[in-house]
Design a binder for this molecule. Structure first.
Ligand code: IMP
Ligand code: MG
Length: 178
């Protein structure tokens, strides 16, 4: 794999920590006491690091589950055609569900997932994203818990990839592609 240097930092490791703590506190305060555990659902693979950090900042009982999607048909250009590659383990009917994404870009992926999840009749459905790119939005999404807005640049790190690499960076940066 060809590797590239990071051109600039968009969200430093310290900022990541502060954002995740704030989101955890907001989510904890919002739900208060639930009858059953909160179901926190992460969209793989991008959300895996954010999920791991976020759930440790949520101070109410919860369970986690994951959904794997592919938003690209055979090509490399987003078709907006989202397919479920690996579905949830459990039913979300009558449950309080929090969907967790790494980034909302055009909003196509999250838009489809939200609709798909609503059809399964959860008791409540809220959405949380770590990064938000408002300038790229094509599909309107109500984000209940938002980490940070970033400019319309290709971000890597903290779960986000370029050709599957760079996910492990503890901060979010932009690649210098020459
Ligand atoms: P959408 O355009 O909002 O549907 O975003 C689809 C998916 O593309 C996201 O869940 C990410 O996995 C990926 N994506 C969007 N923008 C970026 C980026 O800047 N860096 C890495 N992945 C991205
Ligand atoms: Mg993703």
């Amino acid at each position: 794999m060809k590797t590239y240097e990071i051109e600039k930092t968009l969200v430093s490791e310290d900022e990541v920590k502060r954002i995740v703590e704030r989101l955890g506190a907001e989510i904890t305060a919002h739900y208060g006491e639930l009858e059953r555990e909160l179901m926190v659902i992460g969209l793989l693979r991008g959300s895996f690091i954010f999920m791991a950090d976020l759930v440790r900042q949520i101070k109410i009982p919860l369970v986690v589950d994951f959904l794997t999607l592919s938003s690209y048909g055979d090509g490399t250009i987003s078709s907006g055609d989202v397919k479920v590659v690996m579905d949830l383990d459990s039913s979300i009917e009558d449950r309080d569900v929090l969907l967790v994404e790494d980034i909302v870009d055009t909003g196509r992926t999250f838009g489809k997932v939200i609709r798909m999840m609503r059809n399964r009749n959860p008791r409540s459905l809220k959405v949380c994203t770590f990064l938000n790119k408002p300038a790229a939005r094509l599909v309107d999404i109500d984000i209940d818990f938002r980490g940070v807005d970033i400019p319309n640049e290709f971000a890597v790190g903290y779960g986000l990839d370029y050709a599957q690499g760079y996910r492990h960076l503890p901060y979010v940066g932009v690649l210098k592609i020459d």
